[in-house]
Design a protein around this ligand. Sequence first.
Ligand code: CO
Ligand code: CO
Length: 317
Amino acid sequence: MPPETDPNLIVGRENSEDAGVYRLTDEIALIQTVDFFTPIVNDPRDFGRIAAANALSDVYAMGGRPVTAMNIVCFPVRQMDKDILKQILLGGIEKVHEAGAALAGGHSIEDPEVKYGLSVTGVAHPDRILTNSGARSGDVLLLTKPLGTGIISTAVKGGLASAEVEKLATEVMAALNRKPAEIMASHTVHACTDITGFGFLGHGLEMAAASKVTFSIYVHDVPLIPEVYDYAAMGLVPAGSYSNRSFCAAALRNADRIDPLMLDILSDAQTSGGLLIAVPESEAEILLSRLLAGGVEAAAIVGRVTGRSEGIIELVE
Ligand code: CO
Ligand code: CO
């Protein structure tokens, strides 16, 4: 596609960023993002919550605050009970309001397959935008949610997931990234993204490549949803996770020394995953303790930026 030339477009299509950012004034930058998908859980209210939390997350990943959202709805209105649509929309608006944003409208079309999501507009100071490209050698990497929602969704579809883990994965996906975003706002954050469809390794690699650095990932310190390893061992790995793994393969180091099931989990396509945050070492422990104290229970230090490169992930056992 032809390039953009508007100098006020601070973040555009380069570097696989989470959202576009446009400088409106010297004080206000507009953050814009859109995301929608087909149901990944059976309960329509939960699906609405998850889809909305996922769409709002890209604003948090850019260091912003969501202000308005618009519904995007595809629904087979003649074949399906309209109460299902109502529940989806109620789940969505619940999360929009929890984010402190307003639902300004939306658009719906008739479609044989249900799809729902949001277009979200957020704001931030133009100098406080968090991109993928700022991670520096010596930075510490933190992750704020456990991995495994793709594998668990596959187990749920196959009727193999326990009720407890299904509930837990739903809570993980429906949780806003608002709290970690607010906590990190008072720290020096060099780079941030959220973990979604390309998995932890895919999004980590986007950040490493945009920052031209090497990430060393401490595989055993990466937080996981309970039971996800067991489901991975049963082969309940979605196709998207395998394509993520092969997409990342050339940029991985020591992959042959890592448990292949852990590689599946690290590559697992996430819905509404956590924030991956690069901070100077001097702030890492205090940020982690503030996240834990603030109720971001799964937050963990998962790696370190260890040098300059074109974008490499070194896996450490
Ligand atoms: Co994102
Ligand atoms: Co997105």
